[in-house]
Design a protein around this ligand. Structure first.
Ligand code: FE
Length: 203
């Protein structure tokens, strides 16, 4: 479970960084998103995805004023790519799609765009703005688009200053079981243990 310990250390060491113009830190934002997912009665893999959805910011250590300076860090791709060797598509795909989900909701849901926080509205422009009809149809055909939209809604709400929520260790069980199910999938697709090779040993 090395990667789970690495993730918890990342939140401990870098989670204090500001969350891009919002009144919460990266760690507070992640913990609130996971808390909202848990409150909604979500399965463990989706709670894990909510906790990890912005980990791309932590693994890349991007400066907090990125959006103000006109750059799009593509944090969703950075995070999903970093997580992909350790977690299955149920966890990774909604993370990769959580910015696309914002662009989708702006296109299809009246009132969604106007309810975005100022920082989220600013980053929307850098992320390509609302989807056009073809992009929205393509997004809606992705089998993971439903969880990505749920994740997006927690993401949008997880910006409450001072909200008391459980810490990162509370979610260790979900991270470990999501990680374990990916290891089992790896082993099944790699064949019997003596043929499995180095992939079966990775953490
Ligand atoms: Fe977020």
């Amino acid at each position: 479970m090395q990667v789970v310990d690495t993730i918890i250390r990342l939140f401990d060491s870098q989670g204090h960084e500001a969350y891009f113009g919002e009144p919460v830190s990266q760690r507070e934002h992640a913990l609130q998103a996971a808390y909202l997912a848990e409150q909604d009665g979500s399965p463990g893999w989706l709670i894990a995805a909510a906790l990890l959805h912005d980990i791309g910011h932590l693994v890349h250590g991007q400066p907090e004023d990125l959006a103000d300076r006109g750059g799009d860090g593509l944090h969703e791709d950075a995070g999903a790519t970093w997580l992909a060797p350790h977690f299955g598509p149920d966890v990774v795909r909604p993370i990769r799609l959580h910015v696309a989900a914002k662009r989708y909701l702006c296109a299809v849901e009246p009132g969604y765009l106007s309810a975005l926080s100022p920082a989220s509205a600013l980053s929307l422009r850098l992320q390509g703005g609302p989807m056009d009809a073809a992009e929205a149809a393509r997004f809606a055909s992705d089998p993971h688009h439903g969880p990505a939209i749920r994740l997006r809604r927690w993401d949008d709400r997880a910006k409450i200053p001072g909200l008391i929520v459980p810490g990162v260790e509370h979610y260790r069980k979900h991270l470990e079981s999501a990680h374990r199910s990916q290891e089992l999938t790896d082993q099944e697709s790699a064949g019997p243990p003596h043929e499995a090779g180095p992939r079966a040993n990775r953490s």
